[in-house]
Design a protein around this ligand. Structure first.
Ligand SMILES: [Zn+2]
Ligand SMILES: [Zn+2]
Length: 253
């Protein structure tokens, strides 16, 4: 299985438009972060987790020529607003499966009403196949996907486990029985926004505590704000099995 970090930034991305914060002005490419998403590839399959406003650029950067579906963590704009840009895949492949909680599907139907229209649909609009997911394992091809439920302040969000890899973002709290789904991981990805606490995201300390609890072999941090600091200096102070993810990073599992 190959994982590509398509984006590792928090909702505004880094740099933030118009910002003169030193991290936003950094020349280091690792300090440039598109909105969070990962590409998961195995056998001949490729799926994307979330489809934010940078989706088009991310598909170009990673040279993705087909996708077998999009899995959504939750409905926030930084995770969904690129849905229109599935059009090149739809024109080539036909209807694109989207996997999401029923509340997230409802939000997408409202926001992208023209995509879900069944009558008098504009010919250039893409078609999707809605796949409702609950908090129980489902399959894409021969790959089992295990949802992991958490809370993002009051909002329910799903993380996902694929074999010995798990991807969690926008998490603030998880119940013990959900954490139990994350045993024996080779790689855990988890959100770490900044040092200061935040009502709906793990800060760095909470993310490191969570990693200590789950005990994956390796962990990567994502959904990063410019307030966390420069990539290279933050990395220096992390435990030896914990890494800041950065855009276009690829890992093989
Ligand atoms: Zn987010
Ligand atoms: Zn969110």
């Amino acid at each position: 299985m190959k994982i590509t970090f398509l984006g590792t930034g928090t909702s505004q991305g880094i740099p933030i438009i118009g910002s003169d914060h030193p991290v936003c002005l950094s020349d280091n490419t690792k300090d440039k972060r598109l909105r969070v998403s990962v590409l998961v590839e195995w056998d001949n399959y490729s799926i994307v987790v979330d489809c934010g406003p940078d989706f088009r650029q991310q598909m170009l950067n990673a040279k993705v020529s087909r996708i077998d579906g999009i899995i959504f963590t939750h409905e926030h704009a930084d995770h969904t607003m690129g849905l229109d840009d599935i059009r090149p895949f739809f024109f080539k492949q036909g209807d694109i499966p989207i996997y999401a909680h029923k509340r997230v599907l409802k939000a997408l139907r409202k926001r992208f009403d023209y995509i879900f229209k069944t009558e008098n649909k504009y010919p250039g609009a893409p078609n999707v196949i809605q796949k409702r997911i609950k908090n129980k394992p489902f399959s894409i091809g021969d790959l089992e996907v295990v949802p992991v439920k958490g809370r993002h302040n009051a909002l329910q969000v799903f993380g996902f486990r694929f074999r010995n890899f798990a991807y969690l973002t926008d998490m603030k709290t998880l119940k013990d029985k959900e954490v139990d789904k994350l045993r024996n991981l080779d790689v855990l990805v988890v959100n770490a926004l900044r040092e200061k606490p935040h009502p709906s995201h793990f800060n760095l300390e909470e993310a490191l505590d969570f990693i200590n609890e789950v005990k994956p072999k390796l962990a990567y941090l994502t959904h990063i704000s410019h307030h966390l600091g420069f990539h290279d200096s933050v990395q220096q102070n992390l435990p030896e099995n914990v890494f800041l993810a950065y855009d276009n990073l690829e890992i093989n599992i």
